[in-house]
Design a protein around this ligand. Structure first.
Ligand SMILES: [Zn+2]
Length: 138
């Protein structure tokens, strides 16, 4: 996500007055409402995500409505990074990607966090979120 910042030509402060936020999006498959069923997180996954073993999450099954895939249509997960004065200054000063990322993580939810929220709402599965967010977006 933040690798993109390098590609934006930074010529003056004026540009950042209109560039207020950067949005990143991934598409995940949406669970079929007809056949999804409640499941719970495996014990060994408990420490990895903000999901408790008591939370109801859903798994895909498959029925004639979804052509046995367990999913019907896509839904988006989002990460919105607001370019505030501090971040703008860091970008102008050529701050490292890890520094920028660290700052953003303290202020914005990540793609994966938004995905986990959708898992808890029963919209998609944990596997779908992990598939599109990968190890870079923890
Ligand atoms: Zn179905």
């Amino acid at each position: 996500m933040l690798g993109m910042v390098d590609e934006i030509e930074v010529e003056s402060d004026i540009e950042f007055n209109w560039l207020l936020s950067v949005i990143s999006q991934r598409l995940v498959r949406k669970l079929c409402p007809q056949c999804k069923s409640v499941t719970h997180l495996e014990i060994e996954q408990i420490n990895s995500f903000d999901i408790s073993p008591d939370d109801d999450i859903y798994q895909a099954n498959g029925c004639p409505e979804c052509l046995q895939t367990g999913f019907r249509g896509p839904t988006g997960i989002y990460e919105v990074i607001e370019i505030d004065d501090s971040l703008s200054t860091m970008i102008h000063d050529g701050g490292s990607q890890s520094k920028l990322e660290k700052y953003c993580r303290t202020r914005n939810h990540s793609l994966r966090e938004d995905g986990i929220r959708k898992v808890l709402q029963g919209e998609t599965t944990l596997d779908e979120v992990l598939r599109v967010t990968g190890p870079r977006h923890k």
